[in-house]
Design a binder for this molecule. Structure first.
Ligand SMILES: Cc1cc2nc3c(=O)[nH]c(=O)nc-3n(C[C@H](O)[C@H](O)[C@H](O)COP(=O)(O)OP(=O)(O)OC[C@H]3O[C@@H](n4cnc5c(N)ncnc54)[C@H](O)[C@@H]3O)c2cc1C
Length: 359
């Protein structure tokens, strides 16, 4: 085949889509049992809750254009009404907050729509799930991609070019490159944080958005925790009412166990939005730091300026290996915008290599 793409997140699928559209044969190898990576929507009937990425922004042209091209509807995040601020020891107060600029946009039916519609445009069999890529070995004839499946069976495929579309730290920690990558590049990969890899997202579902009736937007910031910020997560048509927030990075909270943590989250939602908020009909949480295909170590890599390093724009292995992934793009770094841009850049680099041009 022409190209193997490692990782079926938004970046890898954007690259695969562009290469397929250009007439190239592609295989996307994905370690998880489903596509999407950090874009995960839990769909249950009409209810669609985003457990990973939520927003894109009005000033992000690449992801907006992709959504429009895929026929995906978006809507503006609900921000009408006051926000709630909770101090460490001095209770809660309501404050007026200006409308955010640029506007935060959500996807009707959840962000997973983007990756599912991209994957649906590829030929049957082009996405290989539950295969973990372990080795990339380049020679004059191409690249050999080694992988293991869920039953630990090894498999190899050969291709002209490979797109590595997984977070750089995971590539550094989990893939053996032959010939070895230059030490300076390996250092950059190791030092590049994976955006939101440390996040625990908590979602509480209710019968109705009662906070809106009380003049609250659902936005809250708290120094008391366990959630440090909360947002309205209702669906565009209002059929699902939800509040969601991020758990404090403090291990005092994370290590409590899910039952005690849930109690504390409910208590806090009650303090912020009134007693009804302490009694949701459903509660979900997703700990991304626990996920080996997002995070390689439970450490906080704080230097986000390390995202989008120029080294990721340079093809390797004589142009046969290119990088994609939100963390490899200087524009929109860490965000879905960066993932789309990086996938487009990677596809252009591969096409240039395959047609003998300058990568
Ligand atoms: C909780 C949370 C909230 C977020 N909120 C926002 C937001 O509001 N707005 C925004 O723009 N962004 C947000 N993000 C970030 C956004 O999700 C990412 O920018 C985007 O999804 C990255 O896409 P990607 O394809 O670069 O990487 P990923 O989504 O990480 O995809 C990489 C894929 O590679 C696979 N993989 C990893 N290792 C291997 C291997 N060895 N072999 C094969 N496959 C492998 C993974 O399973 C995964 O599917 C959030 C992320 C999280 C976790």
């Amino acid at each position: 085949m022409d190209v193997v793409i490692v990782g079926a997140g938004l970046a890898g699928l954007t690259a695969a889509d562009a290469l397929h559209a250009a007439g190239r044969t592609v295989t996307v190898v994905e370690a998880r049992p489903s596509v999407g990576g950090r874009m995960k929507t839990l769909v249950d009937g009409a209810q669609a809750l985003d457990l990973g990425a939520t927003w894109h922004w009005a000033d992000q042209p690449a992801v907006r254009a992709l959504a429009a091209e895929l026929g995906i509807e978006t809507f503006v995040q609900y921000r009408a009404g006051q926000a709630v601020i909770e101090g460490r020891d001095d209770g809660t107060r309501r404050v007026d907050v200006p409308e955010p600029v640029p506007a935060e946009l959500r996807v009707v039916g959840g962000v997973q729509q983007l990756v599912h519609r991209l994957a649906a445009r590829l030929p049957d069999g082009a996405v290989v799930l539950e295969h973990d890529v372990t080795d990339l070995s380049a020679g004059s004839a191409g690249v050999t991609v080694s992988m293991v499946d869920a039953a630990d069976r090894e498999r190899q495929v050969s291709c002209e070019c490979v797109v590595v579309a997984i977070p750089p730290r995971l590539a550094w920690a989990g893939i053996t490159f032959s010939p070895a990558l230059p030490p300076a590049l390996a250092d950059v990969m190791q030092a590049t944080p994976t955006w939101m890899a440390n996040a625990v997202k908590c979602i509480a579902v209710y019968e109705s958005p009662f906070w809106r009736d009380a003049g609250l937007s659902g936005l809250a910031f708290s120094q008391a925790g366990p959630l440090f910020e909360v947002h309205d997560g209702c669906s565009a048509d209002g059929s699902t009412a939800a509040l969601w927030g991020f758990l404090s990075p403090s291990h005092d909270v994370r290590d409590l166990g899910v039952d005690r943590r849930r109690e504390l989250v409910f208590e806090q939602l009650g303090r912020l939005f009134g007693p009804a908020a302490a009694d949701p009909v459903q509660y979900l949480e997703r700990d991304w730091s626990d996920d080996p295909y997002t995070n390689d170590a439970v450490v906080w890599l704080g230097d986000l300026s390390a995202l989008g390093h120029p080294a990721f724009s340079e093809p390797r292995f004589d142009g046969r290996l290119v990088w994609a992934g939100a963390e490899t793009s200087a524009a929109g770094a860490g965000h879905m915008e960066g993932a789309v841009r990086s996938g487009q850049r990677a596809a252009a680099q591969v096409l240039a290599r395959l047609t003998g041009g300058t990568p």
